[in-house]
Design a protein around this ligand. Structure first.
Ligand SMILES: NC(=O)c1ccc[n+]([C@@H]2O[C@H](COP(=O)([O-])OP(=O)(O)OC[C@H]3O[C@@H](n4cnc5c(N)ncnc54)[C@H](OP(=O)(O)O)[C@@H]3O)[C@@H](O)[C@H]2O)c1
Length: 261
């Protein structure tokens, strides 16, 4: 999709990947509607976007509350008339061993990372289908395909989002509405400073946000269905699919090694 003149809604745009993506979309000529909970941080991002597209706007909302998700869809459609691209990027981590997880935590993670993007998508989609054009970008994670140890609640929420996206892409194949699933590796953002999470167990280099956003912008321009950034993660996902037992045993051995065992 060429972003010039488009209307783009990006969730979770007060920091990290969403903030930089919003600015890059605005630089490309898109009017952006950005949302998150932290008003002050959104205002700073909005100012940078409005330097390129003055009609860009912001919506403060908590996307773990479904009434606020519905309200966001209404406010964005009121502001823009129609939406060309929706980026479901808002999300929360949950690095917690399965034996320390409680059900309410799993449900909360699923609500924000899976159900909320689905709800927003279903509210925006009819307009796209009626217009015969649109792009839904869902920010998943390599955790969805690699089943990262110590992150079962997070992994499952992202896997659900990925599979929903793929099935949706098939359903929409002939409609002119496209779907892109983004698989970030480990990106240097505030995601690793959020409380009530175990320390990151993986000794993997964090890529800068700009590298991830470069990959997403390129995938958008190519109408790609999925993008892994860095792309070598895709090879690991293929390896897991071809030898699940070997992959899980290797992961368990790696966790032991990281713990010094
Ligand atoms: N960083 C990584 O290594 C990595 C890897 C794979 C996937 N991802 C995914 O990338 C996406 C962006 O994360 P990030 O790394 O850029 O981290 P981040 O800087 O913490 O960004 C998360 C964004 O989501 C928003 N958000 C969180 N809870 C929200 C809520 N209840 N309602 C509305 N907005 C909410 C945050 O804004 P407020 O706090 O202002 O609400 C923030 O703008 C997430 O979906 C994450 O799972 C990240």
């Amino acid at each position: 999709m060429d972003l010039a003149g488009r209307h783009v809604v990006i969730t979770g745009a007060s920091s990290g990947i969403g903030a930089e993506l919003a600015e890059r979309c605005a630089m490309g000529g898109a009017t952006v509607g950005i949302c998150a909970r932290r008003r002050d941080r959104l205002e700073a991002v909005l100012a940078r976007c409005q330097a390129h597209t003055p009609d860009s706007c912001m919506f403060v909302c908590d996307l773990s509350d479904f009434a606020q998700v519905d309200d966001l869809a209404r406010r964005a459609l009121d502001a823009f008339g129609h939406i060309d691209m929706l980026v479901n990027n808002a999300g929360m981590p949950k690095r917690k061993h399965v034996t320390a997880l409680d059900y309410d935590t799993v449900e909360h993670v699923a609500r924000l990372n899976y159900l909320s993007p689905v709800r927003l998508t279903l509210a925006i989609l009819p307009g796209m289908v009626a217009r015969g054009s649109g792009l839904i970008v869902n920010v998943s994670s390599v955790a969805a395909t690699l089943s990262s140890p110590g992150e079962a609640a997070y992994d499952a929420s992202k896997a659900a989002l990925s599979v929903f996206s793929e099935a949706m892409a098939i359903d929409l194949w002939e409609t002119g509405v496209r779907v892109l699933v983004v698989y970030p590796g480990v990106v240097d953002t505030e995601l690793f400073t959020i409380p009530d999470n175990d320390p990151l167990s993986m000794d993997i280099e964090r890529i800068p946000v700009s590298e991830l956003v470069d990959g997403v912008m390129d995938a958008i321009s190519r109408d790609a269905l999925e993008v892994y950034v860095p792309d070598w993660f895709k090879g690991i996902a293929s390896g897991k699919a071809s030898d699940l037992e070997g992959f899980l045993a290797g992961s368990a051995a790696w966790v032991r090694q990281q713990a010094g065992g």
